[in-house]
Design a protein around this ligand. Structure first.
Ligand SMILES: NC(=O)c1ccc[n+]([C@@H]2O[C@H](COP(=O)([O-])OP(=O)(O)OC[C@H]3O[C@@H](n4cnc5c(N)ncnc54)[C@H](O)[C@@H]3O)[C@@H](O)[C@H]2O)c1
Length: 473
């Protein structure tokens, strides 16, 4: 393998670790720096502090090329390109909190020693508001007289498939001043771009810094808009007898629309969509423009998480004293990330209605415990369902989608199953004598047909469930 530029990566989270491991796999020596000493100690000991499929193996395979520490100065001595992948969570006002980014800029500017003082470029992987690069560029000019360049290189990986996304990006966006730094970043990504080119992909967008920053925010806001749009369509389907799965299929076949992100459910979550949509809305507002559409996108998403509670109340009546099981807690399958997860709002609403909430998630329970201490955590899905009047599929983990619903029905006290992700087969659920309700599917001919065949079996059970509910009222 040809010699490749060594790099530094600041921030060993979902983005930083995958970036570090990915570039090490492509042949670079990578020094990954994090201020979290516990995280660094785990990584030095060969352990991975987050759950991300394929990451453990990638890190292990490239152990020789990877170094972890909390010493930014050392990292700067060995690398010109410094990838910044620190968190940019929302502030109380909803704007992006750039304090971690500013701390890194400050540390780089004030790093001592001849090699730390040499030519460097900050390559921004963190998602930052449009205008951040220009402001940092001015600061770097003042403090280091132009010896530190700035490149915006927004990240588009998805948790749960981050390694795959790094290795096979849809596109690589490089925003820079057209100088050595942008060329050097392009050189690092070249093997991935060539691979994509060989597959007929056109994946490089080389542009100015502000446009690169806006591409990231606009892409996430558009995806969130698509989700809120299909969720509103689902809600109208429930009123009008259409099946949102059929509607989405018919819509998605139009190439102008595309089939992705047309899955109705209980709302988007995760660290990125929630904060990036809010950050873009406020960025517009702070610049004097009222971004009306995003206000609606956010509101629809918040209401969507709460609609599930109304659905359950329609079946069970008041929820005080009832037991509701949440199947899945992470904001999506294949991750332990609980940031912005719909389960947090849902569980909190159920608890405030006086329900007991039990839950199971294959990997996210540890993080969930910190956010939702009043929830009872079960070691398996069936254990979570023990004595539950209703179950809600919150995260479509494969093992939950494939659940044995006959065994589930035996453990449950009530009959209601709400499919918050439209991921279950209604007929399999109904065949176990359970009542299936999805999102936007209530009035569909298909659901009604399936419902008719199962209603005889569920009738007696539902009566028991309603009797329990009536007793609680
Ligand atoms: N998670 C995603 O799916 C995803 C995808 C695309 C873009 N992004 C963006 O990438 C950025 C990082 O996201 P993440 O999910 O990896 O965050 P994370 O919270 O998982 O990781 C951030 C890491 O940065 C470290 N850190 C904070 N301040 C530091 C400092 N001054 N010096 C060194 N390390 C420091 C933290 O200790 C933490 O380990 C965010 O801006 C996010 O919006 C995230």
């Amino acid at each position: 393998m040809a010699e490749r530029a060594p790099i530094a990566v600041v921030g060993a989270g979902y983005v930083g670790l995958v970036t570090a491991a990915g570039f090490a796999e492509l042949g670079s020596a990578v020094h990954c720096v994090d201020i979290d000493h516990e995280k660094v100690a785990l990584l030095q000991a060969g352990q991975v502090p987050i759950y991300e499929p394929g990451l453990q193996e990638l890190l292990a395979r490239n152990r020789e090329r990877l170094r972890f520490s909390s010493e930014l100065g050392d990292a700067l001595a060995g690398a010109q390109l410094v990838f910044v992948a620190v968190g940019t969570p929302p502030t109380h006002s909803g704007d992006a909190d750039l304090s971690a980014v500013h701390a890194v800029v400050e540390s780089v500017c004030s790093a001592q020693g001849p090699s730390a003082q040499g030519r460097h470029a900050l390559v921004m992987k963190s998602t930052v508001p449009c205008g951040t690069g220009a402001a940092i560029g001015r600061l770097l000019g003042d403090r280091r007289n132009g010896s530190i360049a700035y490149v915006s290189c927004p990240e588009f990986l998805r948790e749960g498939s981050a390694v795959e996304d790094f290795m096979h990006p849809d596109r690589v966006v490089i925003g820079d001043a057209g100088d050595w730094a942008g060329d050097a970043v392009l050189e690092l990504y070249r093997p991935l771009l060539e691979r994509a080119g060989a597959r007929g992909g056109r994946t490089l967008v080389r542009t100015d810094v502000a446009s690169a920053e806006m591409i990231k925010l606009a892409a996430n806001a558009f995806l969130a808009t698509k989700i809120s749009f299909i969720n509103e369509i689902a809600n109208v389907c429930e009123e009008t007898g259409a099946d949102v799965l059929e509607v989405a299929r018919g819509m998605g076949l139009d190439r102008r629309i595309g089939a992705d992100f047309l899955s109705a459910g209980i709302g988007y979550g995760g660290s990125c969509f929630t904060k990036d949509v809010s950050a873009l809305k406020l960025l517009a507002g702070n610049s004097g423009y009222h971004f009306q559409l995003l206000s609606a996108v956010i509101e629809v998403n918040e209401l969507q998480k709460r609609r599930v509670v109304t659905k359950i109340e329609r079946h069970l009546g008041a929820l005080a004293g009832s037991r509701i099981a949440l199947l899945g807690l992470a904001f999506k399958p294949n991750t332990d990330d609980m940031r912005g997860a719909a389960s947090v709002v849902l569980a909190s609403r159920l608890l405030s209605e006086g329900a007991h909430v039990s839950a199971y998630d294959p990997v996210a329970s540890t993080h969930a415990r910190e956010l939702l201490p009043a929830v009872t955590y079960a070691p398996s899905a069936l254990d979570a369902l023990e004595g539950a009047e209703a179950a809600i599929l919150v995260t479509e983990w494969p093992e939950l989608v494939a659940l044995d619903w006959h065994a589930a029905a035996e453990r449950m006290r009530g009959r209601l199953v709400i499919d918050g992700r439209n991921a279950l087969d209604p007929q399999r659920v109904q065949a176990a004598g359970l009542t299936y309700e999805g999102i936007g599917r209530g009035g569909s001919a298909a659901a009604q047909r399936a419902g008719a065949s199962a209603s005889a079996a569920t009738g007696a059970a539902r009566a028991t469930s309603l009797a329990h509910a009536a007793a609680r009222r």
